[in-house]
Design a protein around this ligand. Structure first.
Ligand SMILES: CC(C)(COP(=O)(O)OP(=O)(O)OC[C@H]1O[C@@H](n2cnc3c(N)ncnc32)[C@H](O)[C@@H]1OP(=O)(O)O)[C@@H](O)C(=O)NCCC(=O)NCCS
Length: 259
């Protein structure tokens, strides 16, 4: 669930995407098609988002996700009704253009060249849930991202109490990365968020103490002093140069931007 927008996105090549086929879900016999959002979808998407999320997005945001080619905005529709029954919206950003607190999702070894994909929206209409539609939307996004080798991670923010979404992401190999205190301002209440990340295309997270201990031991047993020294260097850089200060200031700044 997104709270603010970022710039400098990377355009995805969507020419390879097949939006013509009709798929039938094996368990329910539901016929579905996928298509990208198009002009005129704004009011339908607005109604869906109001139902799915406790945050009110400005009208301009709906125009943006429909018109701006930087967004991967894929809808799944019921063939019978032609209505949108699920939606995923994401965009790829160079890691240096992600919000400060999100730049910590990737190991700093990737910092100059890598990008990450942020999921702004993922939702499925209640009556259509637990049929694998969110899985399919995510799978389509991932298949597109696998062609962008510099994209090393897919990430999102989720309200700490949104158990169903957390279970969904965990079942799809997303890992808990950070706790963002007071990240959302919802109906006058400051609520925490979690950041979940799935690493792709060889991406991996910064080293933690446990990683450090494990790596140090395996490097020691393989007697590769240079690799061990590198591990220590990356660990120390992550721990001491990338401080919590940025995380907190940008979090508070972000709250003031929330509608
Ligand atoms: C989260 C959400 C998108 C899942 O959509 P969905 O189409 O029902 O998900 P899927 O059917 O693809 O579920 C795939 C797997 O995720 C897990 N999962 C999904 N919903 C779950 C739930 N309510 N409880 C427990 N596990 C769940 C299950 O492992 C499920 O596999 P299974 O059905 O074989 O057990 C949907 O519940 C939703 O739209 N929620 C409201 C919007 C929202 O919170 N979005 C996320 C914001 S970050």
């Amino acid at each position: 669930m997104q709270t603010s927008s970022s710039s400098s996105s990377i355009l995805l090549n969507l020419d390879i995407f097949d939006t013509e086929s009709i798929h039938v879900l094996p368990n329910s016999n539901l016929s579905i098609t996928f298509r990208f959002l198009r002009p005129g979808d704004q009011s339908e998407v607005k109604i869906l988002c109001r139902d799915w999320f406790p945050i009110e997005y400005p009208d301009k945001w709906y125009d943006d996700i429909v018109y701006d080619k930087k967004y991967f905005a894929l809808a799944v529709c019921d063939v019978c009704t032609q209505q949108i029954i699920g939606l995923i919206v994401a965009n790829i950003l160079p890691i240096e253009n992600c919000n400060r607190e999100d730049q910590q999702i990737l190991n700093r070894i990737f910092s100059l060249t890598a990008s990450a994909c942020y999921i702004l929206i993922l939702g499925v209409v209640k009556e259509y849930r637990r049929q694998g539609l969110a899985n399919l939307l995510l799978e389509n996004l991932l298949n597109t991202l696998y062609r962008h080798e510099t994209c090393k991670a897919v990430y999102l923010h989720v309200l700490h109490s949104n158990k169903q979404a957390i279970q969904f992401y965990q079942s799809n190999l997303f890992q808990y990365r950070t706790h963002l205190p007071y990240y959302y301002l919802i109906k006058g209440e400051h609520l925490d968020a979690y950041c979940f990340v799935r690493y792709i295309n060889g991406g991996y997270p910064p080293f933690t103490l446990t990683d450090f201990a494990t790596n140090a031991w395996s490097y020691l047993t393989q007697i590769k002093p240079c690799r061990l020294l590198n591990t220590i260097r990356y660990f120390l850089t992550d721990k001491f140069l990338f401080t919590d200060y940025y995380k907190r200031t940008s979090t508070y700044r972000q709250i003031s931007r929330i509608v």
